[in-house]
Design a protein around this ligand. Structure first.
Ligand code: CTP
Length: 398
């Protein structure tokens, strides 16, 4: 609940602005007071009247509105909130924030505020991926700006990719996490999750049975403790966690690149079931039967070990690196050796023998292996494992 919390909501100019109206409604349902600020471009997409009607309050628009200055100066406006939310955060607005410009009401408020700022980026995929935008995002992260999204998907402009504004409920979850100021507030954690798909040809791939359920639960539990979570996920069937930045990938090599660009981080949890091998050379056309009955021969190459790579970084290594070990025999001995070999701090070992029903099930039985030994947790739901692990991570980073 957000009872009594005050949100200053800056609505930038993008087609996603219509979702900000729903966001206002969702925040008010939870008891928050929302003060909307419309940029001139934002006002092209939603009317001040609708924002004001939904918020039940005045909408601020102009830096030089004398009535506003008489009622409440822009400095006061920027500080009277508990949290400043920018949704949609357009490429232009983020560029202004990164450069410290203050040439209109929204950018002035963002420069003057002494409160946490949460941005929900929304833009065309090419604009999001542009080096300038990525540079600005890195600068803003360095300044302590929190992010939720963008999501990947079909865009209003007809293209597909990352750039779509996070859904209102995901923004609400990120707002709750930011305001909860949990023990992981201000900490950045990367979580990998799900299987990877390794293409054989354009229509076939190698995969595994990971659902991504444990990884999703861990990411959600970390966000609930206030962490800024980058969730790098392969094609998983489990629902995506709320309040995290989702980076969807397919192959192990894409996952490795996504992790590299999400660094630096305070901690990283490698829950993904990464394919150990890929095709040495995936075919760029569909492999056909040749009519002679001869069978195709698949030649494999080893994928990079993402966990080992991050664990052994010479510079900029996260303080805490956590891996998983799915074992069927000698669980503790194998996982203890795996921790040493990979160089991570903790390994969560689980027995995935079919009789346990863990792979694809809703429960997990894990042993936490660290430098100081092995600690076996009772069998519990994957959500409880996640909550317990998140609490341990918070303790370790405190
Ligand atoms: N991992 C990774 N990159 C890989 C392979 C694995 O990051 N290419 C991570 C997984 O996310 C997990 C841990 O390493 O945290 C599991 O290690 P792995 O060596 O794959 O162990 P298992 O899957 O348990 O199997 P094996 O017994 O084959 O070593």
């Amino acid at each position: 609940m957000l009872t009594g919390r005050r949100i200053l909501l800056i609505i930038g100019g993008g087609i996603a602005a219509f979702k900000s109206l729903d966001l206002i409604r969702r925040l008010r349902e939870r008891g928050a007071a929302v003060t909307p600020v419309l940029t001139p471009a934002g006002a092209e997409f939603v009317t001040p009247l609708s924002a004001s009607a939904l918020a039940g309050t005045k909408v601020y628009r102009d830096l030089f509105d004398l009535t506003d200055e008489a009622e409440m100066g822009h400095i006061e406006l920027s500080r009277s909130a508990d949290l400043v939310v920018v949704a949609p955060a357009t490429a232009d607005l983020m560029a202004k924030m990164a450069a410290g410009l203050a040439n209109d009401l929204a950018s002035t408020l963002l420069l003057a505020t002494d409160k946490a700022v949460l941005a929900a980026p929304a833009m065309n995929v090419r604009m999001w991926e542009h080096a300038a935008t990525q540079r600005n995002v890195a600068t803003l992260r360095g300044d302590g700006i929190l992010f939720v999204g963008p999501d990947e998907g079909d865009m209003a402009c007809g293209e597909y990719g990352p750039g779509r504004m996070a859904e209102p409920l995901a923004i609400v979850a990120a707002i709750e996490a930011a305001l909860a100021a949990g023990p992981l507030a201000g900490r950045r954690v990367i979580v990998t999750s799900g299987p990877t798909h390794e293409p054989i040809d354009p229509v076939r791939y190698i995969a595994n049975r990971s659902s991504g359920a444990q990884g999703s639960a861990i990411a959600g539990a970390l966000a609930a403790l206030g962490a800024e979570v980058v969730f790098v996920t392969g094609p998983a069937s489990a629902p995506m966690p709320a309040g995290v930045q989702i980076v969807a990938v397919e192959t192990a090599r894409e996952m490795q690149a996504a992790v590299a660009s999400a660094l630096p981080a305070d901690a990283a949890v490698f829950a993904a079931a990464v394919a150990d091998w890929r095709m040495a050379a995936a075919s760029d056309h569909k492999i056909k039967k040749d009519g002679t009955g001869s069978l195709p021969v698949l030649e494999f190459a080893e994928n990079p070990d993402i966990l080992a790579g991050v664990s052994q970084m010479a510079e900029g290594r996260p303080v805490l690196v956590v891996g998983f070990a799915a074992e069927t025999d000698d669980v503790i001995a194998n996982a203890t050796a795996k921790r040493k070999r990979k160089g991570c701090d903790w390994i969560l070992a689980n027995d995935v023998s079919p009789v346990t029903g863990i792979m694809g099930g809703s429960e997990n039985a894990v042993t936490l292996i660290s430098e100081s030994g092995a600690e076996t947790w009772p069998r519990m739901s994957k959500a409880e494992v996640a909550t317990r692990l998140a609490a341990r991570i918070a303790e370790a980073l405190a």
